[in-house]
Design a protein around this ligand. Structure first.
Ligand code: FAD
Length: 384
């Protein structure tokens, strides 16, 4: 690999300063693994000639963002499109992204304007992908586990089943005996979902990306058009950063706060349906939440202790505050930037609000389809 002296390597991530020259890359084909999203090589015969001839032109794809959405998207592209070189550019990597602090439970409320079938597909594809990991020896290192528990309601809800009820495992109504533990609540759902702990999962994704030939560069992107000078396709997974990068004022910060406590006797999750109070046991402690605006740790702790009195004996481990990339609906669609009269395709994948982990793999696969569409429509024009 040829890299100018201004690029330094730090734990597999390049730190880029202003003078950067192109690099020649040897890209390792992705290893065959049960997790691989690689397309069968036979399928490449139906692709246009330039598309399957890496020696002629390796398509350069830039993915902006290294949270759970950016890394998932980079992995699926790098594995499915081996003729592309995939570079992740981000100003924050794990453990410093919003994704790192999330409770990481697979659960979602419904976005208002996205067809429910599409949301269900996003959820199911993420669930199935993570279930495969949770059922493998990789589970511990990837921080992905099955998690069983209850969602409780003060009043019986009009919709007794969420749209994802058949995506999770063993979904059902809580029995009277189960509900008895929560005397203030009249209705409950019992199910097994997944807890995905990003401080382990993101490094695992980074390794998987490197195995598929992807690289990571530490860089703040200030102008997508400038990226278009260096890359053939841009994939924007910058989360809340899209507000500044694109001027998208629909994206807004939604503050969230969680505590972690040591309470290893707690094994079941409990979530109050309004989302303001939850107890999620995990590998390195129990996550207590949460807030969707300002609040303090003491208030969260008291609400959770009212649900689960044994928390009175729990030892505090830490607290964390983060800003969700709130948006009325996630944006998963195509656009473009103009670079000296040339249209460079952009695929957007951001604005997942409080459900970015839950929908990460599903939206990444939709973004992959959009990248494929861009590539099938026409070969990348010569870069200037
Ligand atoms: P981020 O993780 O914020 O990553 C954005 C990336 O883009 C970063 O790498 C950043 O550096 C980069 N970036 C931005 N702008 C630029 C730029 N201009 N140039 C270069 N790089 C840029 N979700 C769930 O599914 N389940 C949960 O249980 C859950 N619990 C949560 C609890 C709390 C308290 C909070 C705050 C959130 C929770 N979430 C949960 C939501 C989840 O954290 C987010 O939806 C998710 O992290 C969004 O991922 P992302 O990759 O889009 O954004």
């Amino acid at each position: 690999m040829t890299v100018t002296s201004s690029v330094q390597w730090r734990m597999g991530i390049q730190t880029r300063s202003s003078s950067f020259k192109g690099m020649s890359l040897t890209v390792t084909p992705p290893a065959h693994s049960p997790f691989s999203t690689q397309v069968p090589r036979s399928l490449l015969f139906v692709a246009p000639f330039w598309y399957c001839c890496p020696a002629m032109h390796r398509v350069k794809v830039a993915v902006v963002g290294a949270g759970v959405v950016g890394l998932s998207t980079a992995v699926v592209i790098a594995e499915a499109l081996p003729h592309c070189s995939v570079t992740v550019l981000a100003d924050r990597f794990t453990p410093n992204t919003t994704s790192d602090g999330a409770a990481g439970i697979l659960f979602a409320s419904q976005f208002p304007d996205v067809p429910v079938e599409q949301q269900r597909r996003w959820f199911k594809r993420t669930f199935d992908h993570l279930l495969l990991i949770a059922s493998s020896p990789e589970a511990g290192v990837a921080g992905v586990f099955l998690s069983s528990g209850w969602q409780i309601f003060r009043e019986v809800p009009p919709e007794k089943k969420p749209y994802w009820s058949d995506c999770v495992l063993s979904f059902g109504t809580m029995t009277d005996a189960e509900l008895k533990r929560f005397p203030q609540y009249k209705f409950g759902q019992a199910f097994t979902t997944i807890k995905c702990e990003c401080p382990s999962y993101l490094p695992w994704l980074q390794k998987r990306l490197e195995k598929a030939g992807g690289i990571m560069i530490h860089e703040k992107v200030t102008d997508l058009a400038e990226l278009g000078l260096r890359y053939d396709v841009i994939v924007n997974c910058s989360g809340l950063g899209s507000r500044e990068l694109l001027g998208d004022e629909d994206v807004h910060p939604v503050r969230g706060q969680v505590l972690r406590v040591h309470a290893p006797w707690l094994q079941h999750f409990v979530r109050v349906a309004d989302g303001h109070t939850y107890i999620y046991p995990g590998a390195g402690g129990v996550t207590l939440g949460g807030t969707r605006q300002a609040a303090d740790s003491q208030a969260i702790f008291e609400r959770c202790r009212r649900l689960e009195p044994s928390l009175g004996s729990a030892r505090p481990l830490g607290e964390w505050v983060g800003l969700r990339p709130g948006r009325r609906n996630p944006r998963v669609e195509r656009g473009h930037v103009r670079v000296h009269g040339r249209r460079v395709p952009v695929v957007h994948n951001y604005g997942h609000g409080g459900w970015g982990i839950t929908l990460s793999w599903g939206t990444a696969l939709d973004a992959l389809d959009l990248v494929r569409q861009c590539l099938n429509e026409r070969p990348p024009e010569a870069r200037l």
